[in-house]
Design a protein around this ligand. Sequence first.
Ligand SMILES: C[S@@+](CC[C@H](N)C(=O)[O-])C[C@H]1O[C@@H](n2cnc3c(N)ncnc32)[C@H](O)[C@@H]1O
Length: 224
Amino acid sequence: MTKRFEKLSGGIFLVYGKLCTKNIVAGQKVYGEELLHFEGKEYRAWNPHRSKIAAAITNGLKNFPIKSGSKVLYLGCAEGTTVSHLSDIVQENGVVFGVDISAKVMNKFLYICSQRKNLVPILADAAKPKSYRKELEGIKIGVLFQDISQKEQVEIFLANAKMHLKKKGTGMLSLKARSINSFGDPKKILEEEIKKLGKKMEIKQIVELSPFQKDHVLILCEKT
Ligand SMILES: C[S@@+](CC[C@H](N)C(=O)[O-])C[C@H]1O[C@@H](n2cnc3c(N)ncnc32)[C@H](O)[C@@H]1O
């Protein structure tokens, strides 16, 4: 029988069997997600088909590194679907810097940022990590997450880790084989990229994201 309520890790819950975060802006949806209520508190369903982090948690990601108070740099925030759940998790004492190259998606994200004070929008190219050094000045980033559809995904991630992630900080990289190479065996393409990553970061866990995403993995790693 499905439990009515279960706490998975700091800030992540199963409510009536659905993966959820506790809504820090009660009554407000961000992307049409379901709102659930349990013992007077409101939770937002976190759809693994809409978020690679939710897919990785559903598929067995251990030691989720983001919690209340975390300082997160998120590359490829788009309209803020996943970032909004991280905003619930880090709460008012944490912060999520959301970087995206597209002014179009930033418009929607700006609206979400106006409602959630722990989100900071940065319109920039993640391949140029120096360009947002000023925004991050004096902040010790503990978690770097990246989800961008670019050929040079690993190189961009490593450049950001080098410049912005604190020592022993956690990296989470969502890798999409088809953005790197549209031909060839996706398994081999991912293996090559993971090898490159492993030379610079300590790999802790690799989670496949199927059936939610095709030819995609999420890699949890640590800056040494
Ligand atoms: C798959 S979407 C991200 C979805 C988002 N992570 C979520 O779960 O809600 C990829 C995003 O990466 C952004 N992007 C692609 N190349 C980028 C770059 N070089 N720098 C910053 N953002 C980039 C795109 O504009 C797009 O919004």
